[in-house]
Write a protein that binds this ligand. Structure first.
Ligand code: GDP
Length: 412
């Protein structure tokens, strides 16, 4: 039912004004309701040295005290701490995942400090890709852990970026939306800050580092891109300014108000992250960074959108070609295995034959020796028998001659 109000603009014409929306004008409302029902999620990665103010800034941004133990400076390598929080503002639920580096910048050799960060970013893309490739996908209730924004905390040195900053940003800029921040900006004067900001930006440009580009809004002449890197200050301390209590940091010479745009860029950053650009950050993550990962990963697996002569190839054709290729490769490998097996059998046969021949020769040799031994023994036996015969002959002869002698003696 629609409500109409009769308005009398003209005495003769009756004008009807609608009090409620109808028709496809309601489409955005449907989207809003659906999104609220589904809830929102946002994943932030904070990269920066230990004690640079990562936890304090996150607490200040979300106005919560996410209790944490103090991190140590004595880790032997860089790690990542992941925590998910269920927040609610009015009736809007937000599943916030905060990933923070641990031990970043604390090692003497910082060459591979960026590696765990890169691995983490890729692992989240890989998990999403694996879900996408499943036959039964459940992307609707899948907890998407891909990082939507990386807040890169730069130490307020007032000079330039450290080589670690450049190395890390260079290695992650194709994987995540980087928003560079000058941490603890309250330690720099306004003039130093301006100079530091322009130094950083020119260093990023000269090193070819891509940072997050804000969508150009023609109506908004207050361009946030010019403020980069945002100079931020974090604090959960409530300080009295006039009659109001504000978040700030109390110094002997006055109060730095975190939410005062003349004091730092905190409000700009908060607006950008939470009010104006959260959806764009998520879109960029999906359409730019994830797409880049996905295409290089699929190409590595051998998939391509076009064939050898730049003709489009369907997924089925590609699958068939891959299957054929795989089948061919299996056959080739089988043939190779057979050949090596035959070769080895032949080699073994030859060695067996050699060994057999050797044994046979040995046997013949031994047989010959044995026969010679037998012959020798035969000869000796024959000689012995002859000697025995001779002996008996001599014995008989001597007995006969002895008998003769005795007979002769008796006769005499
Ligand atoms: P994390 O190790 O990077 O998480 O650093 P923390 O957030 O634990 O902060 C370390 C110390 O720096 C704490 O004593 C904070 O009070 C202080 N701190 C945090 N943010 C700021 C800031 O913006 N300015 C100043 N001066 N100190 C800060």
């Amino acid at each position: 039912t629609f409500l109409f109000v009769l308005s009398k603009h003209n005495e003769d014409i009756r004008c009807l004004t609608t009090l409620s929306h109808f028709g496809f004008e309601c489409l955005p409302t449907q989207l809003v309701n659906k999104s609220i029902q589904k809830g929102f999620s946002f994943n932030i990665l904070c990269v920066g040295e230990t004690g640079i103010g990562k936890s304090t800034l996150i607490n200040t941004l979300f106005n919560t005290n996410m209790k944490e133990n103090k991190t140590s400076h004595f880790y032997s390598k860089v790690g990542l701490k992941v925590k998910t929080y269920e927040l609610q503002e009015r009736n809007i639920p937000l599943k916030l995942t905060v990933v923070k580096t641990v031990g970043y910048g604390d090692q003497i050799n910082k060459e591979s400090s960026y590696q765990p960060v890169v691995e983490y970013l890729d692992a989240q893309f890989e998990a999403y890709l694996q879900e996408e490739l499943k036959i039964k996908r459940s992307l609707v209730d899948y907890h998407d852990s891909r990082i939507h924004v990386c807040l890169y905390f730069i130490a307020p040195t007032g000079h330039s970026l450290k080589s670690l900053d450049l190395l890390t940003m260079k290695n992650i800029d194709r994987r995540v939306n980087i928003i560079p921040l000058i941490a603890k900006a309250d330690s720099l004067s306004k003039m130093d800050l301006q100079k530091f900001k322009s130094n950083i930006m020119s260093e990023l440009v000269s090193n070819g580092i891509q940072i997050y580009q804000f969508p150009i809004d023609e109506e908004d002449d207050d361009n946030s891109q010019c403020l980069l890197p945002f100079a931020v200050v974090g604090s959960m301390e409530e300080v009295k300014v006039g009659k109001r209590m504000v978040k700030g940091r109390h110094y002997p010479w006055g109060v730095l108000q975190v939410e005062n745009e003349n004091h730092c860029d905190f409000v700009k950053l908060r607006d950008l992250l939470l009010c104006t650009n959260m959806e764009d950050l998520k879109d960029q993550t999906h359409t730019q960074h994830y797409e880049c990962y996905r295409s290089s990963r699929l190409q590595k697996l051998g998939f391509n959108d076009t064939g050898p002569n730049n003709q489009p190839v369907s997924f089925q054709e590609m699958y068939e070609a891959k299957r054929q290729e795989f089948h061919g490769q299996c056959l080739r490998e089988e043939e190779e295995l057979k050949q090596t097996f035959m070769l080895r059998v032949k080699e073994k046969e030859l060695t067996f034959k050699d060994a057999e021949k050797e044994l046979q020769d040995k046997f013949e040799h031994l047989k010959r020796i044995q026969q010679e031994e037998i012959l020798k023994l035969e000869e000796e036996r024959r000689k012995l028998e002859e000697q025995i015969i001779d002996f008996y002959k001599t014995k008989t002869a001597s007995e006969t001659s002895q008998a003769q002698v005795c007979a002769n003696v008796k006769k005499d």
